[in-house]
Write a protein that binds this ligand. Structure first.
Ligand SMILES: Nc1ncnc2c1ncn2[C@@H]1O[C@H](COP(=O)(O)OP(=O)(O)OP(=O)(O)O)[C@@H](O)[C@H]1O
Ligand SMILES: [Mg+2]
Length: 227
């Protein structure tokens, strides 16, 4: 079954360990080469794009992970601005100097994720929840059309996890971003997702709005291999 993420929707991927969730995301950004099938993003197949267009297309896809992976010694603001580096190819930015306009834009993005007051804080003093929001803002600095998130709330407390999901769904709805997010918490998916895709053995077992996802559908994802 094909999986589609439209602009403006948050699609949550659920599935047991090893069901292929991370592989799916890695194939989308071509960190892993798919052995079969095809992936189309914004109408083009990444596998067929020439190098220059591939670089531009990749910029339109931002990825966030379980841990924020910020540059520890840099401020929250500078970390967000580094997300914009892919849009600048000149020497100054290659040396790590960030254009002033990007720092201003980074401030606006921090405000977007509710952390403008922490703009000057060193990244290694942020809590896990704060750091993850900074990482999301850094992803947004790429000006993506698609945001991929691989277990972005796995190391957050329940409240911080809710906050991040609220943020992701708002980014989808307000900015028209497509968001594809892997979670291990079905209840968060049922609460926040526009659609839930269930993965098992690398295949999409179901793809449905939360209201149509039953507990037996969920248990099919997590039960052992007796069949
Ligand atoms: N490069 C690779 N070569 C061969 N097998 C791989 C490769 N990457 C992942 N796999 C295998 O593919 C399967 C899916 O892995 P994947 O990391 O996508 O699972 P996942 O659904 O993200 O699991 P988890 O919930 O534990 O993160 C696993 O059995 C894994 O061992
Ligand atoms: Mg994984």
């Amino acid at each position: 079954m094909a999986l589609t993420v439209a602009a403006g929707e948050l699609v949550v991927v659920l599935g047991a360990n090893g069901s292929g969730k991370s592989t799916l995301l890695r194939c989308i950004v071509r960190l892993t080469e798919p052995t079969s099938g095809s992936i189309r993003i914004l109408g083009s197949d990444f596998a067929r794009l020439p190098a220059r267009q591939l670089r531009e297309a990749r910029r339109r896809v931002a990825m966030i992970f379980q841990t924020a992976n910020l540059v520890r010694r840099r401020s929250a603001l500078e970390n967000v601005a580094t997300g914009a580096l892919g849009r600048h190819r000149d020497l100054a930015t290659a040396l790590g100097r960030l254009p002033r306009a990007e720092l201003l834009r980074a401030g606006a993005l921090l405000e977007r994720v509710g952390l403008l007051h922490l703009a000057q804080r060193r990244a290694d003093t942020l809590s896990g929840g704060e750091a993850q929001r900074v990482a999301i803002a850094r992803g947004l600095a790429q000006q993506p059309r698609l945001l991929l998130a691989d277990e972005p709330v796995a190391s957050l407390d329940p409240e911080a996890a809710q906050d991040v999901l609220v943020l992701l769904s708002r980014l989808a709805v307000d900015d028209g971003l497509g968001v594809l997010c892997v979670l291990h918490q079905p209840e968060l998916a049922l609460w926040h997702a526009h659609r839930i895709a269930g993965l098992r053995h690398g295949s999409v077992l179901f793809d449905a709005p939360p209201a149509e996802v039953t507990s037996s559908m969920l248990s099919m994802l997590y039960r052992g291999d007796t069949d």
